[in-house]
Design a protein around this ligand. Structure first.
Ligand code: AMP
Length: 190
């Protein structure tokens, strides 16, 4: 099985690119953000707790998302691998993922990181707000907090994965097709 992490700041195009990758490599796309939004929509206890944090641009507790990932690993069949999008978002989550994979006698295949500059994050997310109607996309202060959360808590993972040789960076500036082709050129090698 292949295990990929689709990494990058909010608005880098991870969700969009995930669709093409899933098709080409027969992967299961696991977006923790999407799973959390489903819980919110369904009005579950977990959704209620997550909503307050998401709408402030903060992260939900590590255990919550780790449980979601493990449950997907345990239940999804018939794919050649998994594409993690929005997880791991902290070093603690990265370590938890390593443990989950070790327990399954598996290891991470690669991190595919899509990079864009901060100003482009705000422009892209503001544009997406009009299309997808996400509450956390609609307010510039929340977007700024998500960018700060990314720099403080998620970006340190770059060094974590660079050290074990798993980190690969793609330039996320360009058309959807240009970025997709850069990703395919990289992932075809694994
Ligand atoms: P996303 O759709 O990946 O942008 O995620 C939307 C929001 O869900 C984030 O801003 C966080 O509040 C929450 N979230 C998603 N994934 C995680 C994660 N791995 N750890 C903690 N919070 C997360």
């Amino acid at each position: 099985m292949k295990y990929y992490i689709l990494f990058g700041p909010p608005g880098a195009g991870k969700g969009t690119q995930a669709t093409s990758m899933v098709e080409r490599y027969n992967l299961r796309h696991i977006s923790t953000g999407e799973l959390l939004r489903k819980e919110i929509k369904a009005g579950t206890e977990l959704g209620l707790q997550a909503k307050a944090l998401i709408e402030k641009g903060c992260l939900v507790p590590d255990e919550v998302v780790e449980g979601m990932i493990e449950s997907e690993f345990n239940t999804v069949k018939g794919v050649d691998g998994f594409l993690l999008d929005g997880f791991p978002r902290t070093i603690a989550q990265a370590q938890a993922l390593d443990q989950m994979l070790a327990k399954r006698n598996e290891q991470l295949t690669a991190v595919v990181s899509i990079m864009i500059p901060d100003q482009m994050i705000i422009d892209r997310i503001s544009h997406r707000a009009a299309i997808e109607g996400r509450a956390d996309d609609a307010n510039v202060d929340i977007i700024k907090n998500r960018i700060a959360t990314y720099h403080n808590q998620t970006e340190p993972e770059i060094e974590y994965y660079a050290k074990n040789g798993k980190y690969n960076e793609i330039d996320g500036v360009g058309t959807i097709e240009e970025v997709r082709d850069r990703i395919f050129a990289l992932v075809d090698k694994f």
